[in-house]
Design a protein around this ligand. Sequence first.
Ligand code: 5GP
Length: 175
Amino acid sequence: MSDMPVLQRVLFSQEQLAHRVAELGREISADYKGKEPLFVGILRGCIMFYADLLRNVSIDCKMDFMCLSSYCGTSSTGEVRTMLDLRESIQGRHVVIVEDIVDTGLTLDYLMQNLKNRGAASIEICCLLDKPCNRKAQVHPKYVGFTVENEFVIGYGLDYNELYRNLPYIGVFKK
Ligand code: 5GP
C-alpha cells in the first residue's frame, strides 16, 4: 500500500487532498463574501493545508498565525500553551481558525475562549481532519475536510515527533 516504512497505509492521496481543499476554499469564499475574513493558521501542522486552502480563497482576506503546544508524542497532554500569538487585534474581525486536525478538541476549546475574549465579530473553525471519536471538549468545526477514525495520522503538515510533515499525502502511522 505504501513505499514509506513508517506508514500502515495511505489515507488521502495528493489528488484527494487537492480536490477537497479546493471545495473548502470555494465554500468559505461564498460564505465570507464582503467580510474580509482573517485566517488564523495554527502552526505548525496547518502549513500545507493553510497554503493550499488560501490559494483557493477568491475573496479579500488577511492572514495571521498562532503556535500552540498541547501534544507530546502520539497522545494529547491536555495542556495548552501559546508559543506564538497573533500580530494584530481581532476586534470586530471575522476569524476563521485553520487547523490540521481536531482530536480531543482541548486545543481549540482553549483557543475559542481566548479569541472570543478579544472581541472577534465571529469565529469559525476550518479543519482538514476531524477525529470526533476522541472528543473531550465541545468543539464544532464548521468546515471539515475529512472525518477520520481513531488512528494516528502523518503527512501534509502532520508530524510524528516533528518528522514526516513533508509527505505530500496523509497516511496512518505504523507504531
Ligand atoms: P486536540 O487538542 O484536539 O486533542 O489536538 C490537536 C492537535 O493534536 C492537532 O493540532 C495536532 O497537532 C495533534 N494531533 C491530534 N491527532 C493527531 C494525529 O492523528 N496525528 C498527528 N500528527 N497529530 C495529531
